[in-house]
Design a protein around this ligand. Structure first.
Ligand code: PEP
Ligand code: MG
Length: 680
């Protein structure tokens, strides 16, 4: 790339050979040329190559020519980067593959080596994986049967409409039937089957190719035929899928791969066979990730460049700590991960052995560890790990798994299970926090800016009937147990707290007066996850019983980084100096207002983060089940003073990198590096 790549700007010369950095490349035959214009191809700050034009005349390229080349280079950069990242320059079905590393978002910790099993949504031509067939003859038979079924369907519709449509319109049905003829589209698909592709893959390939071609043609009539072909293709595909796949057999170490995996899959694959999940869409906040974390299954999400349909049956490494997926690993990488997975397992076993011990620092300071959960989690394991209660029960997860709003009675039985499993320990139930990145399938909210939109408390206050039903269900469920705490998400003003408290009070009074239920008044807390709330702690103290910091959203709003957007994921860090300042301020202000404060964002479950939060004076830390033993192990190995000293040092840092550097040194000096996941 030479000088242009190094300078990262266009170089425009009238006589290149006279330039001191001129480098003659004999293979290009460039001795004939004098003028030279080189423009770097830059993607996300990285020079990927150089676009060069040369001319025999001794003249500089003019401004317009230069601007034109810059435009082409910028457009080319995104295309090349995608091709490189997606491995499409390297992945050729049926051939020995090269190793490719895909970068996504870590969504659940752990690493795994396994075989990809591509999951496709029904009748979706774009996600049908390439797969070699076992018997060409059988694939031909099922394909021809599916083709015939669709032809019969179309004929039947045609007949039904015979009296209602014109002769020309009738002809359309004939045209569709012809397209599906064994001599036409059918013949092309059969050709691919004969080459060894399974029927679904062959069909998807042929349909996609036709659609792609038709979408580009100028004639608008022909362009519209693309939709017809796609529709016919989907019909054939649904027949293939309906009659097709035998109940799935899952091999050991299965890695499920898909564009958007659904949580229901976790129930479908036997747990002992499932090694991990890889999803193109989503982030660590998707409910699939939350669920998988609770089950200890490693996950990588947000792999926007993953050519998932081509990965069927391939050997993959999933690194849920870093958010990487590696296809066709070479022997060295594979060996490194095998060793790491064994070490990780040994570490988990060792941590489990001390999981029952109390969570106290070396100098006797006690800090309760609480559980974050969203489902009927593994109560027994949580209690064995010494969870001193539930610090965050994300009620929306149950709402997201349902097909409609759950009824009051359905909610009562769910909540009762949680409350009684942990009684007499306290269970903090958060009122519905939907919207933003957590839409309900049966209540779509279309917004340009959902993260800044109608979510959390904003939604529930506008729907008091939903809020009241939920709160009543929580209160009923707590009867006789009296260990319920209610938590309000996305609070940005005291008014929201006042309104929510008034509704909670109304539900409580009505249940006592109208039904004579003897329910203790629950403590009500506010989440601090919107920057505005950080500056309202004294006012909030007069209105709530406790605070819980949602560092996940607070990071997103403080740093103006969408927590779900893989493009800016590297800017998202709870260790940003401003985040540390704000977290320290919250603890100081809460103490001054004599308001108990805990934290339930992911930072609390990070061993180094937990030490800093301990130093700041947080009274309890709430985290997912898998993080609990790690955090306990680290807290049992430090003193409160060491935590405070470390905090003092990092609060002086100017950048996230410096903070991370300090934390690395600290963990290393204490011999705790092994608690921070794999080394980079
Ligand atoms: C948070 O924002 O930190 C939090 C705990 O809530 P959620 O991740 O569910 O938005
Ligand atoms: Mg939140």
């Amino acid at each position: 790339m030479g000088y242009v790549g190094q300078r990262e700007e266009p170089i425009n010369l009238d006589d290149a050979p006279l330039h001191p950095r001129y480098c003659y490349l004999p293979e290009t035959g460039e001795e004939r040329y004098h003028s030279f214009l080189g423009v770097p191809i830059i993607h996300q700050r990285r020079a990927m190559g150089v676009l060069v034009v040369q001319h025999t005349a001794k003249r500089k390229f003019d401004e317009g020519e230069e601007a034109f080349l810059v435009t082409i280079a910028a457009q080319l950069a995104a295309v090349l980067a995608h091709a490189q990242l997606s491995g499409s320059l390297k992945i050729i079905p049926g051939q020995r593959q090269e190793m490719v590393r895909f970068e996504g978002l870590p969504a659940s910790p752990g690493a795994a080596i396994g075989k990809a099993r591509v999951i496709m949504p029904p009748a979706d031509l774009d996600s049908v994986p390439d797969r070699e067939c076992e018997s060409i003859e059988e694939e031909r038979v099922v394909f021809l049967a599916a083709l015939k079924s669709v032809r019969d369907d179309i004929r039947a519709v045609g007949l039904k409409l015979a009296n209602r449509v014109s002769v020309q319109e009738q002809a359309l049905f004939d045209a569709y039937i012809q397209m599906l003829d064994e001599e036409s589209l059918g013949a092309e698909v059969l050709k691919h089957i004969d080459e060894g592709q399974w029927a679904q893959g062959a069909l998807a390939f042929v349909v996609r190719r036709h659609v792609k071609y038709l979408e580009k043609v100028e004639d608008s009539y022909l362009r519209e035929r693309a939709a017809d072909i796609r529709d016919l293709g989907r019909r054939v595909l649904s027949y293939l899928q309906a009659g097709g796949e035998a109940p799935r057999e899952y091999e050991d170490n299965t890695l499920l791969v898909g564009e958007e995996l659904s949580p229901a899959l976790l129930g479908e694959v036997p747990k002992e066979k499932l090694a991990g999940l890889i999803s193109v869409k989503g982030s660590s906040n998707s409910h699939l990730a939350i669920l998988a974390r609770a089950m200890g299954i490693p996950v990588v999400m947000g792999l926007t460049d993953l050519p998932f349909a081509q990965l069927e049956g391939q050997q993959l490494i999933l690194d849920g700590y870093r958010g990487h997926v590696i296809s066709n690993p070479d022997d060295l990488i594979r060996h490194q991960y095998e060793v790491f997975i064994e070490e990780d397992k040994a570490l988990s076993d060792a941590l489990e052995a001390e999981a029952g011990l109390p969570c106290i620092t070396r100098d006797g300071h006690r800090i309760p560890l609480l559980l974050n959960t969203g489902l009927a989690a593994d109560h027994a394991r949580a209690l064995a790990y010494g969870a001193e209660g539930v610090g965050l029960y994300r009620t929306e997860v149950q709402f997201m798994l349902a097909e409609r709003f759950p009824s009051e009675q359905e909610q009562v039985s769910l909540y009762r299970k949680q409350l009684s499993a942990f009684a007499p320990r306290e269970v903090t139930m958060r009122t519905l926090d939907i919207g933003g990145d957590k839409p309900l399938p049966y209540f779509p909210i279309a917004e340009d800016n959902p993260v800044l939109g109608w979510r959390g408390i904003r939604f529930t206050l506008d729907h008091p009937e939903i809020f009241l039903t939920q709160v009543r269900a929580m209160l009923r469920a707590s009867e006789g147990l009296n260990n319920l705490r209610i938590l309000l998400p996305m609070i940005s003003s005291v008014r929201e707290v006042e309104e929510a408290r008034a509704l909670i009070r109304r539900a409580w009074v009505e249940l006592r007066q109208n039904e004579g239920l003897r329910i203790a008044k629950p403590l009500v807390g506010a989440m601090i996850e919107v920057p505005a709330a950080v500056f309202q702690i004294p006012a909030l103290a007069e209105r709530v019983d406790y605070l819980s910091v949602g560092s996940n959203d607070l990071t997103q709003y403080m740093l103006a980084v969408d927590r779900d957007n893989p493009r800016v994921a590297r800017l998202y860090s709870g260790y940003h100096p401003s985040m540390l300042q704000v977290l320290a301020k919250i603890a100081i202000d809460a103490h001054a207002a004599r308001l108990p404060v805990s934290i339930c964002g992911e930072l609390a479950g990070d061993p180094a983060g937990a030490i800093l939060l301990l130093g700041m004076g947080y009274q309890s830390l709430s985290m997912n089940l898998t993080s609990l033993p790690r955090v306990k192990a680290v807290i049992r190995r430090v003193t409160l003073n060491q935590a405070r000293d470390l905090l003092t040092r990092v609060l002086k840092c100017a950048s996230t990198d410096q903070v991370v550097g300090h934390l690395g040194v600290f963990m290393g000096e204490l011999g705790l590096g092994w608690l921070s996941g794999p080394k980079s």
